[in-house]
Write a protein that binds this ligand. Sequence first.
Ligand code: BYC
Length: 336
Amino acid sequence: MYTQALDLQTPVPAATGSAAPVGQDLREHAFNARLADGQKIEAQDWMPEAYRKTLVRQISQHAHSEVVGMLPEGNWVTRAPSLKRKAILLAKIQDEGGHGLYLYSAAETLGTPREAMQQALLSGASKYSSIFNYPTLTWADVGVIGWLVDGAAIMNQIPLCRCSYGPYARAMIRICKEESFHQRQGFDSLLAMMRGTAAQRDMVQDAVNRWWWPVVMMFGPSDGQSVHSAQTMNWGIKRISNDELRQKFIDATVPQAQLLGVSLPDPDLKWNASRGHHDFGAIDWDEFWRVVGGDGPCNRERLHARRTAHDKGAWVREAALAHANKTRARELGRAA
Ligand code: BYC
């Protein structure tokens, strides 16, 4: 279990006078007071059911994204161009698996068993990030995932380190440290290719052309269409809106693209001095919702891979459980 929530239950203030909140109202009052005070909510604290449900939805989808996110890059492990790049790629993919585990553990503290969350992924009931439904066609795609996908992930995840739910916030601090290495290795790999041959430069540009818009979409629907944002921001789960994060990402990425020597495939992308931000072109929301709805280029392939891995891993879960039961029985026998 990742989390180690230590905070004690907030002492319930003594009710005085007839206007004082009672029962659930009193607990809700204490919950809201903690949020307003910037304190973390811990696993053993009372919380509204809707807050709990929202956290399980977001954290489990985040965990699924980390685990499914191993697949596009995993496609290139056997074809990495050098020992150094292969070692970096293996380390990165293992990190993503680890992030999935921290996040499932953080979500488990809310009372939903890991098996239930995994079944929701495998049945298609629970989402994972749209970005991992695109194929990795060349080695340059691996660099672009590091640079752009992990770059976007960091932008989205840094504010989650301040999330009001303690176990999620603490998991995110550790994850963000590792994501920063992921982004840098991607940029470094692309820089090496851009300093190489014309064919390598073309390969990088082609990968950037294919990944740019899916990455811009990754931040989720625009604020006007985002069904959860208002409530999750109110609860201090999300700190910055989808559109604000998207804008921050684009502003940060444009100078990096210039440094690399690649162009971003958006003719409307230009600096707007009066806004102090880059303007950018229209997002194809039809494509986004198609991919989120299961009809992207690789949705079926990704779920098939996860289902197969889950089935093939059944004996490992059974063996681990049998070992744990045997150890527990031995310890109980010793204690008796
Ligand atoms: N893809 O009201 P909204 C990584 C769904 S891992 C699919 O704005 P919310 C990495 C959304 O779930 C990256 N679905 O929702 C790993 C909702 O549907 P439900 C993952 C999306 O929650 C390995 C509906 O659309 N990061 O980076 O306020 C290698 C309405 O949206 C997407 C996280 O999970 C999408 N892109 O905001 C490399 C971060 N966007 O649930 C890299 C944590 C939206 O009602 N999550 N939807 O069925 C979040 O920050 C938020 O959940 C989101 C969405 C910004 C993603």
